[in-house]
Design a protein around this ligand. Sequence first.
Ligand code: SF4
Ligand code: SF4
Length: 72
Amino acid sequence: MANVSIIVNNDLCNSCCECISACSSNSICIMINKVLGRPVPFVTDPSKCEGCDSCLKACPQAELAKQATTAT
Ligand code: SF4
Ligand code: SF4
């Protein structure tokens, strides 16, 4: 299921937190990433993710993630 995990997993998250309020199922929480030293979102229960893309539409980094995942 495509959601903000793709942003975080591609190390593109800038911690703006726009995705959190965009999720209609309240599936996104924010946690301090100890390696990065700043907060990043995570999907608390992937089974609740509806794949609605709202988080990705709200994310300013989504286009970069799309490019990263389609590059060969
Ligand atoms: S795809 Fe939709 S339901 Fe899933 S985390 Fe993003 S906003 Fe929430
Ligand atoms: S909207 Fe995108 S860049 Fe901002 S916190 Fe969420 S995943 Fe990170």
